[in-house]
Design a protein around this ligand. Sequence first.
Ligand SMILES: C[S@@+](CC[C@H](N)C(=O)[O-])C[C@H]1O[C@@H](n2cnc3c(N)ncnc32)[C@H](O)[C@@H]1O
Length: 381
Amino acid sequence: MDGPDAPGPLTLDCHHYDAFRCRSCSLLEVPRTRQLSDKEQRARSLVPSPVWLPTVAGPEAGFRNKAKMVVGGTVDAPTLGILDRDLVGIDLRDCGLHSPGLTAALGRIADWISGAGLAPYDVGTRSGELKHVLLTESPDGELMLRLVMRSTALEARVRSRLPALMEVLPTLRVVTINVQPDHKAVLEGAREIVLTEVATLPMRLATGVTLRLGPKSFFQTNTFVAEALYDQARSWVADLDVHSIWDLYCGVGGFALHLIGSGREVLGVEVSADAVTAARATAAELVADAQFVAADATAYVVSAGVVPDLVVVNPPRRGIGADLAGWLEGSGVEHVVYSSCNAESLARDLALMPSLQPVEARLLDMFPHTTHFEVIVLLAR
Ligand SMILES: C[S@@+](CC[C@H](N)C(=O)[O-])C[C@H]1O[C@@H](n2cnc3c(N)ncnc32)[C@H](O)[C@@H]1O
C-alpha cells in the first residue's frame, strides 16, 4: 500500500455528515489511505503475525449490501434513516455507503409506505406501527425487504399492497414482516412472517459460490470484501493437507461452503436455526459433503469427542472467549483460521492459545470510514 501521506482518493462527500445530521462515519474527514495505514498499524500492534498480506481495501462508497433504516416522520412524509437526539426522524435514504440498487429501492419503498398508509412508529408517544426497514441487495440486484412492525395489526394491509410494491420493485424476491412489540431500541423481534413464496435470497458471489440468505441470517455487509475473505481462507486451506474442517459461527455457511473439496469433510456450527436451514439448502444444491448443526459453538466442540484437522472461527465482536480458546489450545488441532471484526478480542483470544501461532494475516477494510476492520489470520501449531 502507499504511505499514509501519499495523495489518495478523496473520502466520501456526504452532506448529512457536513450538516451534523449523521456522524456514523467517524473517519470521513481522514483520507482513505490514512484510514487504511492507521488500521494496519493497529492490527499489527495487536496480532503478532510474521507475514501480513497486502490489505484488501475495496470500494470506498456504495459497498454496503444492507440498509438498516429507522422509520420516522409521518405517513405522508416518512423518513428512512436514524432518529436524532429529540427522536425526530432524519432521512438518510441517499446514504453514500449503500449500493446504488439499495438507494433507488429505498425511495420507492418510502413512497409505497405512504400509499399503503403504514404509520411510522413514534418512539415518544409509542404510537404507530412501522419501526424499521431492513433491505438487502444481492450481487444479482435482487432484494429482500423486512418490515419491522410493532404488531401484526397492518399485516392484511401490507399483504394487499404487496402487488403494488412488486410492480415498482420487480427485483423484490423476499418480503417479510418482523414483529418487534417491545418498546426497546432493538432492531428486530423473534417472529418473522414471510409474505412471499420464497424465503431466501441467493447471494451469487464472484468466488463461484452462491450462498442463500434467510431473513434472520447474518451476512457480511460488504460483498466485495466478503468474497476476498472467503477466497483467502480457500487459498490457505488449498495449501494444507486437511481432510476435516469445522466452521464455527458459520452463519449461512460462507467459509464452510468455500472450503468443500474432494476427500474433505466440512461441518458448520451456528446458533441461528434460520442460517443453518439456508446453509443446508446451499450444501444440498452443491451436492457438497457439508453438514450444518444449530448449536452453540463452544458447547458443540467440547462434547464432540473428535478433533478436526482445521477449525475456522468467525465470531461476533466479543470473540470466541476463554472456553473455546482453551479447548482449541488443548485440542491438538493443527490449524485454525480466525476471521475477526474486532482485533482487540482477537488479540485476547490469541493470548489464550499460545500453542497456535500466527503464520500469515491479512487486513480487509470491511467498514470504510469507521475505525472497524476485519482481520483474518492463519494459525499453526
Ligand atoms: C460474524 S458472523 C459470521 C457468520 C459467517 N461466518 C459468515 O461469514 O457470514 C457471526 C455468526 O455467529 C453466530 N453466533 C453468535 N453466537 C454464537 C454461538 N454462541 N455459537 C454459534 N454461533 C453463534 C451469529 O448468529 C452469526 O451468524
